[in-house]
Design a protein around this ligand. Structure first.
Ligand code: TZP
Ligand code: MG
Length: 214
């Protein structure tokens, strides 16, 4: 199996807009030590060669802690860096083509917003789905809100490991109790905080509580 449901408990997604003068590698390592279970490197404006170098460096860190490194959108960067997998949106590369390029060993995650997209993801061999935005988010400007009802319907329709994303904070995460999701994917609730490691420590405990309620 390429991924376990437990890997999704606290899936941290990087965002350099929150980095300030900080160092992305140090920040991610501190968050992993605090309990993050999976990392996604999300770079929307980096030239490919720099993205590859960054991913290679990040892979050294995630390997040290034996957690998966996922690359947002970019299959070439995934292959060149030795990352564990890729996360694709509905508008990105088709999953069948992605699987052909990546081979059998890499993780492919897919964003799904409704039952249809979730079932297609499962049919085409995705390893997990990301569902959202479950709450209002300012991090992704084109993210559409999906309801609790939709999340539960998706859970009922597919067996795939499933992570919730979008506007999740320590204040609202327990509203996902009983939703059936296996964890949370977060950007600002970790990386926009004055102490990301402290935020991750709180969040992983809350995520475990949330998952136990399923
Ligand atoms: N996809 C759907 S919402 C979102 C992405 C990448 C942004 C999540 O960021 P935050 O800060 O955790 O709301
Ligand atoms: Mg994308």
């Amino acid at each position: 199996m390429r991924i376990k449901k437990e890997d999704l408990l606290l899936y941290v997604v990087t965002d350099r807009s929150w980095l300030g003068t900080g160092n992305l590698y140090e920040q991610v390592e501190s968050v992993i030590k605090a309990g993050a279970t999976m990392v996604q490197l999300r770079e929307k404006n980096l030239p490919k060669d720099e993205f590859i170098k960054e991913a290679m460096q990040m892979k050294k860190i995630t390997s040290k802690y034996q957690i998966p490194l996922i690359i947002n959108d970019n299959i070439d960067v995934t292959l060149a860096s030795g990352a564990d997998g890729v996360h694709l949106g509905q508008e990105d590369e088709q999953i069948a083509l992605a699987r052909a390029k990546l081979g059998a060993d890499r993780i492919i995650g897919l964003s799904a917003h409704n039952v249809y997209e979730a079932m297609k993801a499962e049919e085409y061999g995705a390893d997990y789905i990301g569902v959202g935005a479950v709450f209002g988010t300012t991090t992704k400007s084109d993210a559409n809100h999906i309801s609790m009802d939709t999340i539960k319907k998706i859970r009922g329709a597919v067996q795939l490991p499933m992570v919730a994303i979008g506007g999740i904070t320590k204040e609202n995460i327990l509203q996902l109790n009983g939703s059936g999701v296996d964890g949370v994917a977060v950007i600002s609730a970790i990386f926009a905080q004055p102490d990301p490691a402290c935020a991750a420590r709180e969040m992983i405990e809350l995520s475990k509580t949330m998952v136990r309620s399923n």
